[in-house]
Design a protein around this ligand. Structure first.
Ligand SMILES: Cc1cc2nc3c(=O)[nH]c(=O)nc-3n(C[C@H](O)[C@H](O)[C@H](O)COP(=O)(O)OP(=O)(O)OC[C@H]3O[C@@H](n4cnc5c(N)ncnc54)[C@H](O)[C@@H]3O)c2cc1C
Length: 404
């Protein structure tokens, strides 16, 4: 690994690859090094929970196509290398393989899954974040005699449950919350629960996992209400937390994430991008942290631009985005765009082809969530780049659409 570089990128996922692509495109003379603790160059994570169990999980196919081009342009990938400390004044990062001095650094170390202590050391209990997690999980469920339980009814748990059901398997999802995806409102929670139930997933909502026990029929999860759920294989999908331990003594502000300004700047010559960033998003006039792929990609580009501009003495650009995610479950594409405070009124437009949920605060539309209805979603998402009035969106909904 080089001991000096113009732009150092720490982390090896989507924010990192987008940052590296941006620097090489806009400032081809700058040296770029990516330091990642993973064994593989950056690859797509979203397919890890979506690829059918009968299909190949092919690392080469998941690897970002630009990796080869970046290597050809001289970008260095220091893999299996963990950053352990950041020295802002000394402009250097300490890693498990030595120190690197930088002109500017982009932090993209993302998030790690939350994994409760009660499961530590137990066989066949998985979190799903990296390629090898997916490999191990899929190997464990390939034994059809084993029961499978998913803890957490969010997107990763929901997607993996959907792949199991598609393969003809029984699966139970347990979630502490009565209403899955409850932050999107009661109507969305009900539609999401119905989608899973109608597709054959058993949902145990509003009940907590309090223990794991062996029984004569195999391993079970013990629930607070007293019931048990068959659980020879367990996927824990209860959320993630920012991977910022290595920054703890760096002096940069950590607040459930890396606190940045509107340019994604965390300190002098230090930028950040992706799941771990908290920044004031000018589109919504508020500070936020977003844990979705598109945000990480967009921020990677902005932080890469600003890191290169800092080294080249150019002014920074602002990061203004409309958060977006998609999820594929039981053949239904679920998409959301916008930013919600929780105080919104929700208007549902139901059609045979799916549902649209439009969120409004007074006359202003702040978000849209769709089950299918892809074309309308795309149009409303595009409108949300600017302040959008309800009557404009309402006028786009199909005539006769049932508004609830
Ligand atoms: C299974 C799965 C499915 C998903 N599906 C969707 C989806 O359908 N739609 C959607 O919008 N989002 C989805 N996401 C979320 C999306 O993948 C994340 O938002 C995105 O990966 C965040 O990218 P990131 O670059 O910020 O961080 P991460 O992807 O978390 O990557 C961080 C990188 O930094 C490395 N790292 C961490 N600490 C260190 C260190 N100290 N030193 C060196 N390297 C370090 C990690 O190993 C990793 O390579 C999914 C995520 C998963 C896991």
């Amino acid at each position: 690994m080089s001991t000096t570089t113009d732009v150092l990128i720490v982390g090896g996922s989507v924010a990192a690859i987008r940052a590296a692509e941006t620097v090489t495109r806009h400032a081809p003379d700058l040296g770029v090094t990516i330091v990642s603790d993973e064994a593989h160059p950056p690859y797509e994570r979203p397919p890890l929970s979506k690829i059918g169990l009968g299909d190949d999980l092919d690392l080469a196919a998941l690897t970002y196509p630009s990796v080869a081009d970046l290597r050809a342009r001289g970008v260095e990938f220091a893999l299996n290398t963990r950053a352990t400390a950041l020295d802002v004044a000394g402009r250097r990062v300490v890693t498990s393989n030595g120190e690197v001095e930088y002109g500017a650094v982009v932090i993209t170390t993302g998030c790690d899954p939350i994994f409760p202590e009660m499961f530590r050391g137990l066989p066949d209990v998985f979190a799903l974040r990296q390629f090898q997690d997916a490999q191990a999980l899929r190997a464990a469920v390939s034994d059809h005699t084993k029961s499978v339980a998913v803890i957490g009814a969010g997107f990763i748990g929901g997607e993996f449950a959907a792949t199991l059901v598609k393969d003809g398997r029984d699966v139970t999802i347990v979630d502490l919350a009565e209403k899955p995806l409850g932050r999107f409102g009661d109507q969305v929670a009900a539609a999401y629960a119905a989608l899973h139930r109608e597709s054959g997933v058993t949902l145990r909502l509003g009940d907590a996992v309090v223990g794991v026990e062996d029984s004569s029929d195999g391993r079970v999860l013990r629930l607070a209400g007293g019931d048990t759920v068959p659980a020879d294989v367990i996927l824990v999908g209860i959320g993630v937390r920012p991977s910022t331990e290595w920054l703890e003594n760096s002096g940069i502000t950590l607040n459930n994430g890396v606190e940045c300004d509107a340019h994604l700047r965390a300190a002098d010559r230090v930028y950040a991008a992706g799941d771990l960033v908290r920044w004031p998003n000018g589109r919504f006039g508020t500070s936020m942290r977003v844990e979705h792929w598109t945000n990480a990609a967009e921020q990677g580009r902005v932080a890469g631009t600003n890191a290169a501009n800092t080294v080249s003495g150019l002014p920074p650009v602002e990061c203004v985005t409309v958060p977006y995610f998609w999820s594929d479950q039981h053949g239904v594409r679920i998409q959301f765009s916008g930013f919600l405070t929780g105080a919104e009124e929700i208007v549902e437009s139901k059609e045979p082809g799916g549902s649209l949920f439009v969120y409004k605060l007074g006359d202003t539309v702040t978000g849209v969530l769709a089950f299918e209805r892809r074309a309308e979603f795309v149009r409303i998402r595009a409108m949300l780049r600017r302040e959008t009035r309800w009557d404009t969106v309402q006028g786009m909904l199909p005539v006769g659409s049932s508004l609830v």
